[in-house]
Design a protein around this ligand. Structure first.
Ligand code: NAD
Length: 486
């Protein structure tokens, strides 16, 4: 069985940890590979190597456009090996091949986008007085740490790593214990293309290995994508050394459907928003807020759509794959059992056994109705294909419901009326609002991040480059040269 090696200080090494941690294909239960925990000493070595590489003349001399070209070459490589990488991601996460292919293309686009931006990261000049040139320059922050979740491992690694390398930092990635495979593929590509220590990959269980990184005194920035409780831990750890954090956390995002919505698009949008990646998406549309007048019609059609969905292994390229692991499967099947006992389940709600894939973690896409807006099922991230319906009778009630959780990542508004759409979009507390669509095809260019407990800061787009740069003001006084004129 392959043990995924880490890349530390230019060397391929296994974690010092004794335990072998299985990387499992959620569609089949098959063990694909294993990882080991990095030790504190190994994390220390990685940070020292990153610091050394970052401060080196060799890295300093790499021109901005050369960093950009390198990232663009990686994008090209990813496209050339798209099918191979898609299969890796499909097996590692259990996602349907079409979704895995979209993730691979998104990763290529992140490298392309930030590769193109590398030599366009401009500072500013500020007028002070005659004899002073005041320049504001953007410098890299130094050593950046990237802690990645298991749901979109390739995309999420690509989006922050591309921006950090484009801006000239030394990067350390800690992949999620369940899904290290595509990060390993990326590491293999970077290994001989960048100076030693500029890109490193650490493996291991988050609760063991994560704190070695987040409490380290010699790192300069942490990008963490994951759950709220872990985000709080990361922020506390980073506070010890006043290290800035970008936190991309969870959500309980609403799709708000008004009676004048474009109904067919809304039905498709609401369904896709919760079944994508089996609901294991930070921006999943986990709540349907529906106007009372059209509820019966809309929900009846939605139930029909849910019941035609094909569930199965990722490689069969079905509509929805399995949950990620046994822990997720147990958590969600227990929640569904309770929901059933309370009479909330109007569609789905059962686990599924698929012939030939008996060890896969399959559940039915599920719709809940009758849940109180303040109940856990309507408030907390379930991270599975479970849609909770809430009903409203006025626009202000819809907005209050939309804003009535601790999260604020994404919201969908479905209405053909421009006034309604604008009014709601301006009052919903969410980092992204989509009108008559949900997700805008991924939107590499669009700032993405959360209000409230959904996070701090923004990723994607040009704005994310700021996470990886530090601003320096340089004021230069010059004198009037003494030229003798004859
Ligand atoms: P998680 O918080 O359990 O783990 C995320 C990462 O943190 C993993 O690499 C894990 O190994 C590591 N980790 C765990 N404990 C740690 C610690 N104490 N210190 C440092 N690192 C630690 O999250 P998950 O279960 O992998 O992912 C699901 C969560 O991620 C959901 O809440 C989801 O909404 C969120 N998410 C957010 C976004 C976004 O962009 N907003 C995207 C994807 C997922």
């Amino acid at each position: 069985m392959q043990i995924i090696p880490m890349l530390i200080n230019g060397k391929w090494v296994q974690g010092d940890g004794q335990e072998l941690i299985n990387v499992v294909n959620p569609s089949t239960g098959e063990v694909l590979a294993q990882i080991k925990n990095a030790s504190k000493a190994q994390v220390d070595e990685a940070v020292r190597a990153a610091r050394h590489a970052y401060e080196s003349e060799e890295w300093r001399k790499v021109k901005a456009y050369e960093r950009g070209q390198l990232l663009i070459q990686l994008a090209q490589y990813i496209r050339m090996h798209a099918e191979e990488w898609s299969l890796l991601e499909c097996r590692d996460v259990g996602k349907p091949l079409t979704q895995a292919r979209a993730d691979v293309e998104a990763a290529a686009r992140y490298f392309e986008f930030y590769g193109g931006a590398a030599d366009k990261i401009m500072g500013d000049t500020i007028p002070i007085e005659d004899g002073i040139l005041n320049a504001v320059v953007l410098e890299p922050v130094g050593v950046t740490v990237h802690i990645v979740p298991w749901n979109y491992p390739l995309q999420i690694t690509a989006r922050s790593v591309a921006a950090a390398i484009a801006t000239g930092n030394a990067v350390i990635v800690k992949s999620a214990e369940d899904t290290p495979l595509t990060t390993h593929a990326m590491t293999k590509w970077f290994a001989d293309k960048l100076p030693r220590g500029i890109f490193q990959h650490i493996t291991g269980l988050g609760r063991d290995v994560g704190p070695f990184l987040t409490t380290h005194a010699d790192i300069n920035h942490i990008t963490f994508t994951g759950s709220v409780p872990t985000g709080i831990e990361v922020m506390k750890a980073a506070a010890q050394n006043i290290v800035p954090v970008t936190l991309e956390l969870g959500g309980k995002s609403p799709n708000i459907v008004f009676k004048d919505a474009p109904m067919e698009q809304a039905l498709e949008g609401v369904m896709r928003a919760i079944i994508q990646n089996a609901g294991q998406t930070c921006s999943a549309g986990a709540r349907l807020l529906i106007e009372k007048d059209v509820k019966e019609m809309f929900v009846a059609k939605l139930v029909k759509k849910f019941q035609t969905l094909k569930i199965g292994p990722g490689e069969a390229d079905v509509d929805m794959g399995p949950l990620l692991n046994h822990q997720q499967y147990l958590k969600i099947s227990t929640l569904l059992k309770q929901a059933k006992e309370n009479g909330y389940v109007i569609s789905g709600g059962e686990t599924i056994t698929i012939k030939g894939y008996e060890k896969g973690y399959y559940i039915q896409p599920t719709i809940l109705d009758g849940v109180d807006a303040n109940a856990t099922l309507a408030q907390e991230e379930i991270f599975g294909p479970v849609l909770t319906i809430l009903t409203f009778t006025s626009i202000d009630e819809a907005i209050a419901l939309a804003n009535g959780t601790d999260y604020g990542l994404v919201a969908g508004v479905w209405s053909k009326d421009l006034d309604t759409a604008h009014y709601v979009a301006s009052r919903v507390k969410a980092g992204q609002v989509f009108v008559n669509n949900y997700g805008a095809a991924g939107g590499i260019q669009m700032p993405f991040g959360g209000y409230k407990k959904s996070g701090i800061g923004r990723e994607k787009g040009f704005v994310a480059l700021r996470n990886y740069t530090q601003m320096k003001n340089i004021a230069i006084r010059y004198s009037t040269p003494n030229h003798d004129s004859e």
